[in-house]
Design a protein around this ligand. Structure first.
Ligand code: PBG
Length: 325
């Protein structure tokens, strides 16, 4: 049976009808807002390629967290711009590091917010790679040991969830072991399991001051052409003890998000990364796109593809727009 018995337009006639049959409902419950913590006091330095996003000192971060909580967002993820960098990213494990202090300050403020941390070395190494360098290469196993220390220091400061983004092999197992050995068995791991080597991280590297000083990240981040390998990465991280997995970036990898969703029964996240954000912001500033409309469409698309958790710089705007609806 088809037309004229079936008329697909019947269910599109009013907002009430469209709302009734809507398959994907975007809410704030799955959104995570990224924050960049820098040294100092009273510092708020806008990131030029990411309008609305800033590097901020701990006091300002807490202020922003109050706003984030009041908007009904459930979580933030912290990135650190440390006071000092060295070849081994030593400052990443310090209990008095910027991220560790920010976690403690957010905890002290008693906010109803989940605190996630990005676990990686690239913001802390003077060469900007995500691991330590040996014989001209990023050395896997020595890096994993430092990452485990870093995750532990975040847990000690009060993080709820640690999110390793380095793409070293075996880091999830090492982090799980370190956390459990110190009675942090309830700290969860959200693994950046399928992280692709992407041009879309450009603005983030300005925000996090983490551009590699030589070479690129192709020897550890994934080849954008590989979806089957992404499933393998996810399976390995789950075997090692990841509680949730993430695909990153989001928009060029919606097929990967869908396959991970279909294949594995764990919460799936996606990172709507800095370059994806910057493109929308730039076009909107020029008047070429309707920002609210495209952002809601993009996030709905990412969720429809299978991601129930979305890390996005648009989170605060989205929360405001959804409130106004
Ligand atoms: C690495 C890390 C990166 C991002 C999150 N964690 C950058 C990279 O791998 O180069 C990118 C996030 C974004 O672009 O918004 N610690």
């Amino acid at each position: 049976m088809s037309f004229p018995i079936h008329r697909a337009r019947r269910l599109r006639r009013s907002e009430a009808l469209r709302g009734l049959v809507r398959e994907t409902r975007l809410t704030t419950a799955g959104l995570i807002y990224p924050l960049f913590v820098c040294p100092g006091n009273g510092v708020r330095q806008e990131v030029s390629s990411m309008p609305g996003v800033a590097q901020q000192s701990v006091d300002k971060i807490v202020e922003e967290c109050r706003e984030i909580e009041s908007l009904g967002l459930p979580a933030v993820i912290l990135f650190g711009l440390p006071e000092t960098k060295d070849p081994r990213g030593s400052s990443s494990t310090s209990s008095s590091g910027v991220v560790q202090r920010a976690i403690e300050a957010i905890r002290r403020a008693k906010l109803n917010l989940l605190v996630l941390t990005d676990v990686c070395l690239c913001e802390y190494t003077d060469h900007g790679h995500c691991g330590v360098i040996e014989n001209g290469e990023v050395a896997n196993d020595p890096t994993v040991a430092i990452l485990a220390d870093q995750a532990l220091s975040h847990a000690r400061a009060g993080a709820d969830i640690v999110a390793p983004s380095d793409m070293m092999d075996g880091r999830v197992a090492a982090i799980r072991t370190a956390l459990d050995a110190h009675k942090f068995e309830n700290v969860a791991i959200l693994s950046y399991a399928a992280k692709f080597c992407s041009g879309f991280y450009g603005p983030f590297r300005e925000a996090a001051q983490s551009t590699p000083q030589f070479g690129d990240r192709r020897s550890y981040q994934m080849d954008p052409a590989n979806a089957r390998e992404a499933l393998k990465e996810v399976a390995l991280d789950l075997d090692e003890g990841a509680d949730m997995v993430m695909v990153k970036p989001a928009l060029p990898y919606l097929d990967v998000i869908r396959q991970v969703r279909d294949r594995f029964d764990v919460p799936v996240g996606a990172y709507n990364v800095s370059g994806e954000y910057a493109m929308v912001k730039a076009a909107a500033q020029k008047g070429w796109l309707d920002e609210k409309r495209v952002v809601l469409e993009i996030l709905t698309g990412i969720q429809r593809a299978g991601a129930s958790i979305i890390l996005t710089y648009h989170a605060k705007d989205v929360a405001r727009w959804l409130k106004a609806c």
